[in-house]
Design a protein around this ligand. Structure first.
Ligand SMILES: Cc1cc2nc3c(=O)[nH]c(=O)nc-3n(C[C@H](O)[C@H](O)[C@H](O)COP(=O)(O)OP(=O)(O)OC[C@H]3O[C@@H](n4cnc5c(N)ncnc54)[C@H](O)[C@@H]3O)c2cc1C
Length: 425
């Protein structure tokens, strides 16, 4: 229960971040209403189409020392995992510069990893508890997650990051070729070594999981209004209402958890957060003919490969482009190409017209950390967005931190790294 008087709180956005925030704030005793114009965790949301990975070792930002050396190669390789849409480049450059600088040395990376680990450490258990409470325990698969490499030498190139994971207490096992084939007999001959995050897990159907969390929230008394938030009504610094497409919704507090839609609202709340879309894609092959018991990530395609309720999902690619730019479905074909190379038995199983293709927006800040905490313009408006590549795993711990900050309780871990003010105002 909250130590402060219960508030009426509007949570803007019902992706995984807004849903877990609403549940946690309700648990603290607040009156909560979710504002979401679309289906919770529907196709518009990153929470629908992600790679399903719950990786407690997801402690590294994408920007690591030396990345700038790789960028030209990435940009020139149209089939690689990272591309920029040239037309949109001018709008992206300022973010890109901050992104490269954020990972310019290992001490910055270590600081970021510490803050990221706080959001990942207990997340698999938190998701397991949520899935059980929502009546869908089967949507969480706890059979580890595995990075697969050409051979051990290729793994050793990344040894530094694996040893850092180990230092944080993230257990991993080296998996030799025989064991690898036992776990995943369909893997092609190009992969002969694995590194398994033993405590990793996956969500079997992220869209269904979000829907189940919405039902749980409603059963616990959370309100749900199908509308889009457009701004805030304030008297001085105090919040009076959230302005929506259907009129003002009175509340004393609001949480901005609108994924890629958050930047505009955050600006109105006094924080100019550099948030861009790192667009990602997925393909789902129905009836692939085999299960992937331990989610995989190949070193070449750098994509999550998982079994889901709909079939084999291959999710990845980073495409820097404006939100409104049309999808480039060649990115989905590239993912499918990697999957066919990874599993030689897959191609003959693919029936024309049955592969589902999806594109979505990772809401990304340049420094690899989300914004969680009060806004600059009002102590009543809180941020909870910007989870980029790892919002699925980070959502429950983000919600716990957020609820403590809303209530003025001692936070479960240091909130400073997530303050939106780090980007200036
Ligand atoms: C290809 C890909 C693979 C990924 N793989 C993983 C993974 O394996 N593991 C992992 O942890 N993470 C992964 N992620 C990242 C993860 O999916 C996101 O970080 C996370 O889903 C973000 O959740 P969110 O709730 O902030 O945003 P979203 O899920 O995008 O939800 C935001 C919601 O806000 C609503 N909204 C927007 N504007 C408004 C408004 N003005 N008013 C009201 N509502 C509004 C939208 O309709 C939407 O429903 C991946 C992402 C992608 C794209």
């Amino acid at each position: 229960m909250t130590s402060a008087a219960p508030s009426r709180i509007a949570v803007i956005g019902a992706g995984i971040v807004g849903l877990t925030a609403a549940l946690e704030l309700r648990r603290s005793g607040h009156e909560v209403v979710l504002l979401e114009p679309e289906e919770a965790g529907g196709r518009q949301a990153a929470s629908y189409g992600n790679g399903c990975w719950l990786n407690p070792g997801a402690i590294f930002p994408i920007s690591l020392p030396g990345l700038w050396r790789d960028v030209p190669g990435f940009l020139l390789d149209p089939t690689g995992p990272f591309v920029i849409r040239w037309r949109d480049l001018p709008g992206i450059v300022p973010w890109l510069v901050r992104f490269v600088l954020a990972g310019r040395n290992w001490s910055l990376v270590e600081r970021c990893a510490t803050a990221r680990f706080a959001l990942c450490r207990t997340a698999v258990d938190e998701h397991a508890a949520l899935a059980a409470q929502a009546g869908v325990p089967e949507l969480l698969r706890r059979q580890g997650l595995m990075f697969v490499y050409r051979d051990r030498a290729e793994f050793l190139v990344e040894e530094r990051v694996w040893r850092m994971r180990e230092a944080f207490g993230v257990a991993f096992s080296e998996i030799g070729e025989d064991e690898l084939r036992r776990i995943q007999p369909q893997l092609g001959p190009g992969y002969r070594f694995g590194a398994r995050i033993d405590d990793g897990a996956q969500v079997f159907d992220p869209g269904a999981y979000c829907r189940a969390l919405l039902h749980l929230a409603i059963a616990r008394g959370v309100g749900h209004v199908a509308t889009r938030a457009t701004g805030f009504v304030r008297e001085g610094a105090r919040l009076r209402a959230v302005r929506t497409a259907q009129g003002d919704i009175a509340c004393d507090k609001a949480v901005i958890a609108a994924g890629i839609g958050s930047a505009r609202l955050a600006r109105e709340a006094g924080d100019a957060v550099p948030l861009i879309s790192e667009r990602g894609y997925h393909v789902v092959v129905p009836n692939p003919g085999f299960d992937v018991p331990t989610g995989l990530m190949p070193s070449d395609g750098k994509m999550a490969v998982v079994s889901t309720a709909q079939g084999l999902r291959v999710a990845g690619q980073v495409e820097l482009a404006a939100v409104e730019t049309a999808p480039d479905w060649r990115r989905a074909e590239i993912l499918l190409g990697y999957a066919k190379r990874m599993f030689p038995a897959l191609a003959p199983r693919i029936e024309a017209g049955t592969v589902d293709r999806w594109m979505g927006h990772r809401p990304s800040t340049p420094d690899g950390l989300p914004c969680i905490g009060p806004s600059s313009a009002s102590p009543d408006i809180f941020h909870c967005f910007g989870h980029a590549h790892t919002g699925l795993i980070q959502a429950p711990s983000s919600a716990r931190l957020l609820a403590a900050l809303v209530d003025g309780r001692t936070p479960p871990f240091d909130p400073a790294p997530y303050a939106a003010r780090r980007f200036g105002r």
